[in-house]
Design a protein around this ligand. Structure first.
Ligand code: ZN
Length: 284
């Protein structure tokens, strides 16, 4: 697919310069000299991205089934994590895809709705699974203030043109004391290592991913918006259909989790997806 590209300022601090960091084909990741954020520049325009996401998810039933299987361990883990803080309540899952996390949470007694931009995913979630889905992006749905006990977004934040606006919107729609759960990849340290070793790769998944958050960066963004008590965790794994990918996901996920636990919950192994929880303060 052809993308219409545009040059942008740093999506976090609006600095206009960016230092080239890595190339994947014709796509270039840069690092902001001011806040250190790593992002794609130039990047596809919003219109190009909206077209791209109409084709992003699979359409055939077996592929949808593989998708469900791949994400299941991550969704179970996240549901268990949420349960430590809330037994049930109102939940919004942003970038919900076919809606499998909503199904899991409804089973656990939550009132759950999703936001999604892919029309075929919306149709499946509504028609096949009978779920409540708002067509996205989130900022256009205009949900009321203080409405949800929990907002979740799995592998979403790295796809967004305006991550700060998204996080601000999550904060606004959460009830005081509500919690946000984000899961995101963290790829730059592994890219640096592979570059050092001269190994070519496309780990950033460009141009689908527009940025690469480090745990430190995501925590800074959440705090700046007013979230409190950010807690990171690591590990868990997906189950892709391909055996090689599945094995490496399980191995690295489990390895990272062991290191995290042995280090007294301090070492967030790079290159492995992370989950962060953040809370909206109790004051109205
Ligand atoms: Zn910046």
């Amino acid at each position: 697919m052809d993308f219409e590209m545009e040059e942008v300022d740093c999506p976090i601090c609006e600095e206009s310069r960016g230092n080239p960091l890595h190339l994947e084909g014709s796509f270039r990741m840069v690092r902001c000299p001011s806040c250190q954020f790593v992002f794609l520049n130039p990047r596809p325009t919003m219109d190009s991205l909206l077209r791209f996401y109409q084709e992003y998810l699979p359409e055939e039933v077996p592929s949808i089934g593989s998708w469900e299987k791949m994400m299941k361990p991550v969704f179970h883990r996240a549901a268990d994590l949420l349960k430590q803080y809330r037994g049930n309540g109102r939940l919004l899952d942003v970038g919900t895809g076919f809606g499998f996390f909503l199904v899991e949470m409804k089973k656990r007694g939550w009132e759950a709705a999703g936001v999604e931009i892919s029309q075929k995913a919306i149709d499946y979630a509504r028609d096949v699974l009978g779920l409540t889905i708002f067509p996205g992006p989130l900022e256009k749905v205009a949900l009321p203030d203080n409405d949800f006990d929990a907002v979740t977004a799995f592998y979403v934040v790295e796809h967004l043109s305006h991550p700060m606006a998204f996080l601000r919107e999550c904060h606004r729609i959460l009830k005081p004391g509500g919690l946000l759960l984000l899961r995101y990849p963290h790829t730059t340290p592994i890219k640096n290592l592979l570059q050092f070793l001269g190994i070519k790769n496309r780990l950033y998944d460009l141009p689908a991913h527009l940025s690469d958050f480090s745990p430190k960066m995501i925590q800074q963004c959440l705090k700046r918006i007013g979230f409190e008590k950010c807690k990171h965790s690591i590990g868990g794994y997906t189950l892709p259909g391909e055996l090689g990918k599945r094995t490496s996901s399980i191995l690295f996920g489990s390895f990272a989790e062991t290191l995290f636990s042995l280090s007294g919950k301090k070492l967030l192994f790079p290159g492995v997806s992370k989950t962060v929880l953040a809370f909206k303060g109790n004051q109205k």
